[in-house]
Structure formats: structure tokens, C-alpha cells
Design a protein around this ligand. Sequence first.
Ligand SMILES: O=P(O)(O)OC[C@H]1O[C@](O)(CO)[C@@H](O)[C@@H]1O
Length: 543
Amino acid sequence: MSAPWQALQQLAAEPFSLRQAFSDDAERAQRYQLAACGIELDYSKNLINEQRWQQLLALAKQSELCQLRSRMVAGEAINHTEQRSVGHMRLRLPEHALTTLDDQAVATEIRSCRQQMTALVNQLHAQSYLGYQGQPITDLIWVGIGGSLLGPQMACEALNPFNQSPVKIHFAGNIDGAVVHDLCQTLKPETSLVVVASKSFGTEETRQNALSLRQWFLDHGADQAAITRHFWATSSNIQAAADFGIMPEHILPMWDWVGGRYSIWSAIGLPLALQLGNEQFEQFLAGAHAMDQHFLQADLANNMPVVLALLGIWYINGMGCQSQALLPYNHYLRLLPSYVQQLDMESNGKQVDHAGQPLPCATAPVIWGDAGTNGQHAYHQLLHQSQLVIPADFILAAKPQHALTDHHLRLAAHCFAQTQALMQGKTIAEAKAECLAQGMSEQHAAMLAPHKASPGNKPSNTLLLPELSPFYLGALLALYEHKVFCQGAIWQLNSFDQWGVELGKQLSGPIYQALNGKPAPFDSSTSGLLASLQRHLTSSKTG
Ligand SMILES: O=P(O)(O)OC[C@H]1O[C@](O)(CO)[C@@H](O)[C@@H]1O
């Protein structure tokens, strides 16, 4: 392991008490806080002091982060294993900045895609898009998976209070037939529009769901012209979408310079644009653009994505932490952990560096979490008292999107109390004194105190958004995107490919064939599982 990583581990081995650090330094919170695009980050409850922090900053300065960022902006093929540039930031450029893009052909394509999206949203809002039986479209079925689904699904949930759409939006991702089955039970083909979202247009789950939905139309008497009217696509594989039967005017573009997990800013954001209306969707893009500007311009020490990235590196590489909790104290943000899971784990869960050499250290954390306060009554017990150190990001929107003020104040109190409890913990002496104050006997208090004590010294960040609006959601998502970029740059890996997901896809082919009567030699576990499955399927047919 090289010197900077060893230095981190040596520093991390030195004793450090967060409780002590706060009592020694009345200015600690001010020292470790930052604001960008209206979002405030309090990172004072992390296991850092000036020495640790300066070491982390030195790591960022010595790394290729700044060069890689410039190469990304310049449109170089930094995703070198796929020979692709990484251009998702272009998708949120405002019109006046699009005119200054070096590549004006790209600017024209982005503009034209926005115009197509705007026109479709307007038609659907005006209820002037009529189905094959002359009725307005009431439901949109978005078919896609991974980066072609998680973003719009999460963002539609997050911004539900801004919903202006007369059209209800449904998502079909999983190949589990239950998804399409349930949709077909409740919707009507004559008032449903299907958008097949797949950058490659080759993803099995998406094709299968799209084929079943097409069959549903046919089963309800729709002819080819009707299907053409009701099916749209968003893809970079125009030919495959056309071969599926989608007419060119109904294919919104995607580009190979936008990775799936970075694509919500493209036509993959159509469900969100439909839900919000075009103006509010522009605000969503504007928030992300504002965070881009911060990321590109702020110096490293005051750069929020860099700060989050370095803290993550401290825990993964300095302290050997394997997971990271993402805890939005906001019901509408409950799908954010799943979204960031793909963003972070598919980007940086890698084994080799740019040159194909084994990485010297662990990379991406296991991201998990759910909306607070639910987690407090489930897994927070482990956060507080287990020996594991799990850094957590707490996210709170200052203003609620509802009028139940007392609920909101209680929610905020719990959010802050959790970070405080994790930080300061409770000593055995404090726990015992509490028990005695409640009237327990000395013996009972002494027995109970170790169970009630909490070690504290558990790290967290708190991100405070003014409100959960389209602008701040855009900024928040861009913040996490750039954090992932910075970590990948420091680890010197390619954050923009995902070869690891291919093997499982390859192996499913022969297994599927075997289930269809073409047996092949497998390992004994797979053969056994296949035999059991066949037995169940046969008995349910006969039984
Ligand atoms: O948009 P597509 O090409 O259907 O891909 C869907 C998802 O599948 C993946 O390739 C992984 O399987 C993701 O990276 C991507 O977001």
C-alpha cells in the first residue's frame, strides 16, 4: 500500500474523541461547515481534527482530481474502457451557456431533445394527445431499469408535492412478471402511453416488459397503427428502437457520453418533466448546474463534493469502514438511498485502476438507508451501540411541503438528536446517574448502566436544504454525482464503466435455455436448484 494510504491508517489509529473535540473547541461547528447553492453542510461531527483534515486535503491535491475534472469538461474520453467522454454536466447547461459550448452540434442535439420533451409534456398536460380510441392519455408507463428508472422514479417521488400532471406515472423495471401483470390489471391500453427507456435498447428486463405491454395492447384489439401511436422510446440505439416498431418521431435521443446512472438530466428525466411541467423541470436542471459551477470553481478545501469525498475516503481507507448510511429525514426522499446506491456502487465498486492494475485499497462503500424516523425504530440501535462505525449522511429540508408544522419540528428534532447522540454517546457513569435519579437501587443501576450506555464517537454529516424543491433536489443529486467523481479520481479508477454486471447477464442465458428444455452442464448447486425449480413448476401444473 502506498504512502498516502498508510499515512491515513496511521492517523486513524491515533485516539480521537469527538465529544472531547467539541468541548475543547467552541468554534468546531463553524470550522467544519460549508454552504453551496443554498445547501448547508455541517461536517463537524466527523472523526477529524486539523491534522487529519490537512492530510486528506493533501491527498486530494496530490491526486489527479483537478486534471481529471478538466479533462471531463473538455470532453476527453475519460471513460477509456468504453472510449466515451463523460458529458452529463452539459445536459443541465442553461440556454445561454449552451451557445458557448465548443461542440455546437452537441448543443443543437441537446436543444432539440429539450424541445421534443417540452412538446410532449405540453400535449400530455393539455390532454390533446389522444389514444387509438380517441380518448386522452391518462397514464404513462415508464419501462426501464437501473439508470433508466431509478432517477425518474426517485425524483417523481421526491417532488410529488409539485405534481401538476393530469397523467399518472407508473414505473416498470423488474423483469418479475408481477410488475407488468399488476399494471395491466389496473390500467387501460387505450388511455396508456408506454415509454421504453433504454440507452442500449438491449437490456433484457426492459425488452421483456415492453414486449408484454405490446402484447397487452394487441390482446385489447390494438392494431399496428395503434401501437405506433402509444409507444415511445428514449435510447441511443435508434435502430433497435425502430426494429421494435417505434417510429423515429417517437424516439428521444440518448448519447454514449451520458452514463445511465447520470442520465436523469436527459430524456430519461421525461417522467419528472411531465410531473413538474417544463418550467419547474428547468429549475431542477438549474439546481444541478449551480452545483456544477460550485464544483468547478470552489477551491478544494471549500468544495462540498470534495469535502464529502474526502470524508468518505477517511472512513473507507483510514478506518476500514465498509458501509455508509444515507438517511433522508424527509418522506419524499425515501428512494434517494436506492438511487445513490447505483450512482456510488456501480461507479466506484471496482477492482482495478485505470491501467488495469489491482487497486491497493477498498473503494466504494455499501450505501444503504431509508427515510427517518423509520430507521430509528429499526437499525439505529446498531448505529448507536454496535462496534461497527458506520458514517451517516443526515438530510433535512428546512421548510416542509405540508402544513403539519408540529410534525416537521418533531422530525427535525429527531434528525439533529440522532447526530448529537451518535457524536456524544452516553458514558456508563452518566447512564448510572440517570438510573439513580429515576429511583433505582444502587445494584439495579449498576447492572443496567452498561446496557444503557452508548460509546458515541460515531460520525455523521448533516445536509440542510432550504426546502425540497426542484432546484435543491437538482443541486443535491449533482452534489452526490461529483462526490463519486472525486473519490473515483483519488482512487484512480474508471467511475464510468460497469463491466462487473456483465457476467451474471451472460450466465443467465444458458440457465434460461435449460429451463426451456435445453440442458447444459452446470455446477452441482445450479443443477440442483434447476431440478428443484422444474419439480415445483411441474407439480403446480399437474396439481
Ligand atoms: O438503459 P439501459 O441500456 O437499458 O441500461 C440499464 C442499466 O443497466 C446497466 O447497464 C447495468 O446492468 C446500468 O448501468 C444501466 O443504467
